[in-house]
Every structure is written in C-alpha cells, then in structure tokens.
Ligand binder design. Structure first.
Ligand SMILES: Cc1cc2nc3c(=O)[nH]c(=O)nc-3n(C[C@H](O)[C@H](O)[C@H](O)COP(=O)(O)OP(=O)(O)OC[C@H]3O[C@@H](n4cnc5c(N)ncnc54)[C@H](O)[C@@H]3O)c2cc1C
Length: 511
C-alpha cells in the first residue's frame, strides 16, 4: 500500500471517524478513503476484547446509545446508513436502578416517570424537581437540537435561549442543582448521568448537562446486540464496500505537509500515504505534541489547547460470574451505586485534589465516595456471557507508572474496593465471581492515546475556552474529528460526523 494516493486519510478509527467515513462514502461513493489505526481492531473505545476460555466478551465503552427514539438524532443517522435492522437494538426497561444503603429506586425510561418517582421519594423537594425537569425539557432540548438550529430546521424560542445564556451558562451542575434542591442524595442522583460524559457535578456545565439528560432520558436509549464492535464493524464494512481501506495495527507517525501550510499525507512504518485531506481522530494534545514536523508552527494551537481540559478518565473492573447476574441480585441492565453518606463525595474529591493529599485520599474520593456505575451486560446481550462491568470516574494523577509493583498493587486494591461496594449491594454475588480484571486510566491512555486516559474527550465545563483550538489551524486540509471536538458520546460523534461529511467537496471540485 506504500505510496498510494487517497482522497482523504483518517488518523484513528474511533467511532467518529468510522461514522464520518461511512456517511461520506454514502454521499460521494467515488470518494477513496484510507482509515489508519494503531490498534488491531477498529472502533477505538467502540470495540471489545474477549476471554474465550470464559466465553466472555467485554465492551470497552458502550452500554447506552442516546437519541434512539423517533425524534432522536442518532436513530435518524443510523437509519440513513441503513443500519437499524442489523444492529438488533435492545431497549432497556429502566433508565437505571439507584442503590444506596438498603434502598433501591428504579428510575423508569421516561422523564415524567422519573419526575413522579423522585417527587414521591423526596416530597419536600417537589418544586425543585419540577424546575429541573422543566429545564431539561426546554434548555436541554434546545441544546440537543443545536445542529438543526444551525441549519434552520429547528427554531428555538429566543426568550429561552436568552434566559439560558444569562442565568444558566455560568453554573456548574452542582451550582445549578443546589439552587433547586437541598437533599444531598437527590443532588447526587440528579447528577449521576454525568458519569456518561466523564464529569462530576462540580466539573460539568449545567446547561450542557441538561442536554445530556434530555438525550439519554427523553430521546430514547438502546444497546446494540453484538456490542459496540458490531456497530464499528458495520460502519467499517460500508467504507470497504465503497472501495476504502482500513489499515490496522499501524500507528501514524507523522502528518506530512508541503512546507507551505498544506497537508500532503501521513507517514507510517508501512510507508507514506498521500491525500490533501487528513482527519485527525486522535486526541488533539497528542496530535499537536507528536504528529507534526518542525515546519508547522503550532504555538498558537498549543496555547489554546492548554485551556482544553480532558474529561475524567475511568477505572473499570470487569467481572465474569458463573451464573446469570440477574439471578444474583442484579436484575437491572444498569445500576448506580451511591455511598452511604452522599454529602461526603463532593468534599472528598476537593480534598483529593489538594497539594500533598496522597493516593489514599484519591482512592477514598473516587473509588469509595463517588457514584459507581454497574452494567449487567448479560441482561443487554446474553451472547457476551455473564459479564458485569463496574465503572468509576477517576484521575490518572494518583496512579503510579505501569509495570511497577506499586501499579500492580493498586490495581488489586481498585478491584477489591469496587467489588466490595458491589457485594454490599448484591451479597448473593459472593462466591460467584470467576474472573476479575481491571482497566485503569493508564490502560485507556495506552490503547487510545487519549490525553490523561480521558474516555470522553474534553470536559464540557462552564467555559468553552479551548474548545476552539482548531480554528485557524496552520495546516490546510487538516480536520479534527473526535469526542474532543464533537463532545462525548456516540450520539455526539455521529452528529459531528454528519456535519463534517456535509462539508465534504468532491476532489474534482477542489482541484
Ligand atoms: C468506559 C466508557 C464507557 C462509555 N460508555 C458510553 C456509552 O454507554 N454511551 C455513549 O454514548 N458513550 C460512551 N462512552 C463515550 C464514547 O465511548 C466516546 O465518546 C467515543 O467512543 C469516542 O470516540 P472518538 O471517535 O473520539 O475516538 P476514540 O475512541 O478515542 O478513538 C481514537 C482512535 O485513534 C487511534 N489513534 C490514536 N493515535 C493514533 C496514531 N498515532 N495512529 C493511528 N491511530 C491512532 C486510537 O487507537 C483510537 O482507536 C464511554 C466511554 C468510556 C471510556
């Protein structure tokens, strides 16, 4: 494949690249696309790994696609690619089951149902709960249809937009919720879906968060039979069927330019590939630091990138059980486990970030006090085996270097802590765990090159400074395409991919 010319090259085959490439060849079947990834399978986080002896397949990310009802953006795009039937969509009955101490609360998969349930459980907070859901259904909805707002197909109420801009834009989720409700458990509960986009309530912008709740709760959610890898493979196949190629197990070493500000292709150990359009799916910090030669003046971009903070990383514990986990006290597809003292999490995380706080403070804050998300994959897709996945948002900062005794010991501690939390909620699980393995923030960084192991691109906080890092990029023909520009989630990836594909001009028209 050395010395070949392509119409466009994609650096990385994460879900944003795959979606964009598939949409692009649908729109322009003559486009010849090359997608290159350092990993041996396509998909980036949208991939799986298996343990055949245990008949178990682990999904590296997906448990919930948002925007999957008739008015959802993601379902619309998947249909436009002709993929709906092949995905075997699984639609869970519940949003999630909240568990704390001896109590559990099953949140249904509709906003009105959740509002009614929470109002009954927290009677003194009725007005605040109602105000929150009104915010979700107005400002969350406006945020959700932002692409349609740009192309004129969705007309927002201007008064609502002005109100949001003046009063909600500068609030964090924590500040927004604290204005409405004062029960610490209710605050934690309403903020829990922040785990889907890599942020705690003190990290995320309230206005942005309203759209996350709208997308996941009000616009339908679903899983894919066969996992995220099946989705990635279907997209990859569409690109290949149109004459494109995937080059896996091959890192891009450099993005090449003509020395006068135009991209000319990429260099890999397998040779040089030429194109006058290059889409960078890898993290922009990594790309700016590693992928360009000295002829490219990146000071301005690097300066802006300093303000682009990564979302939280994740520590994940994968479990395989000997029988169906639903029979062991975990009947729901998703559970959120809260600490006994919900008011402790916020202050524990603040303590953990103070200078000299030490590893134990971080372990206490992120592993013990903050919400833990548990997916029962067996309930979503039995073909993947008896798999449970335990996720906490985490920080790479307190993890020692890989391959050191301290790192290995810490992995054992993480597994024990998260498992212990689960067993307290589901004691019937005791004695049924056949296999345990751990992915740390370093694991995530190693497999994807994402900055600090972020699983969700950039943190979407109250300031969007840094999010424009790619404006005026000094090399023409270079585009950034990932959760770092699209926002976290598969739905954001497909939305951004659709917008990017629409901007494609045929090579003949460019010449
Ligand atoms: C634990 C976890 C759970 C999640 N759950 C959900 C969920 O249920 N629902 C949801 O909507 N979202 C979820 N997300 C978020 C979602 O998975 C991500 O937002 C999305 O997959 C990011 O895709 P991306 O296109 O930015 O690329 P990435 O997946 O980050 O892929 C980037 C690719 O670039 C490649 N690359 C990097 N450098 C090079 C190089 N030099 N040469 C070649 N290739 C390179 C990497 O190997 C990688 O394949 C989850 C994320 C995590 C971490």
């Amino acid at each position: 494949m050395t010395q070949q010319r392509w119409d466009a090259i994609f650096v990385g085959t994460g879900i944003t690249s795959l979606a964009c490439a598939a949409l692009l060849v649908k729109q322009d079947p003559s486009a010849r696309l090359l997608l290159i990834d350092k990993h041996i399978v396509a998909g980036g986080y949208a991939s799986t790994f298996s343990r055949p002896r245990l008949e178990a397949t682990f999904d590296c990310s997906l448990h919930k696609l948002s925007g999957m009802d008739e008015e959802g953006n993601l379902l619309r795009i998947l249909r436009s690619l002709g993929l709906e039937a092949e995905l075997g969509l699984v639609r869970p009955a519940d949003y999630f089951c909240a568990r704390r101490a001896e109590q559990s609360l099953v949140l249904p998969n509709d906003a009105a149902g959740v509002q009614a349930l929470l109002t009954a459980r927290f009677p003194g907070q009725e007005a605040g709960i109602a105000a929150f859901f009104e915010h979700v259904l107005t400002h969350g909805r406006n945020g959700y249809y932002q692409f349609q707002m740009q192309d004129g197909s969705f007309e927002p109420d201007m008064a609502q937009l002005r109100h949001a801009h003046r009063h909600l834009k500068s609030r964090t989720v924590y500040e927004g919720l604290a204005e409405l409700v004062d029960d610490p458990f209710l605050v934690e509960l309403l903020a829990a879906p922040g785990i889907y986009v890599g942020g705690y309530p003190e990290d995320l912008g309230y206005l942005y968060y309203l759209h996350v709740v709208y997308a996941t709760l009000c616009r339908g959610n679903a899983y894919v039979t066969g996992s995220s890898q099946h989705l990635s493979n279907l997209l990859a196949q569409q690109v290949i069927d149109a004459g494109g190629q995937l080059l896996l197990g091959t890192a891009v070493e450099q993005v090449l330019t003509d020395g006068s500000g135009h991209v000319t292709g990429v260099r890999t150990r397998r040779g040089v590939f030429h194109a006058d359009q290059v889409y960078i799916n890898a993290s922009p910090h990594y790309a700016a630091g590693n992928l360009f030669g000295e002829e490219v003046a990146l000071e301005d971009t690097v300066g802006r990138l300093a303000a682009l903070k990564p979302a939280r990383s994740t520590t994940t514990v994968y479990l395989v059980t000997d029988v169906d986990p639903s029979t062991l006290g975990l009947p729901h597809t998703e559970s959120m486990l809260f600490a006994d003292d919900p008011s402790a999490a916020f202050s524990a995380r603040r303590t953990a970030t103070q200078v000299g706080a030490g590893e134990a403070a971080s372990e206490h804050a992120y592993w013990q006090c903050s919400p833990m998300e548990v997916t029962n994959y067996r309930a979503l897709d039995a073909r993947g085996g008896n798999v449970l996945c335990l996720n906490v948002l985490d920080s790479a900062a307190h993890w020692p270097q890989r391959r050191t005794p301290a790192y290995r010991e810490k992995k054992v501690r993480a597994a024990a802590t998260l498992k212990e939390r689960l067993l307290r909620q589901a004691p019937a699980l005791c004695g049924h765990v056949l296999h345990t393995e751990v992915a740390t923030p370093h694991t995530y960084a190693r497999f994807t090159n994402n900055t600090e192991g972020s699983g969700y691109g950039a943190m979407v906080g109250t300031s969007l400074k840094g999010h424009t890092f790619h404006h005026g990029f000094p090399v023409r023909g270079v585009h950034f395409l990932s959760a770092w520009v699209a926002g976290p989630s598969y739905e954001a990836a497909f939305g951004y991919a659709e917008m990017t594909a629409r901007q494609w001009t045929r090579p003949a028209a460019r010449a």
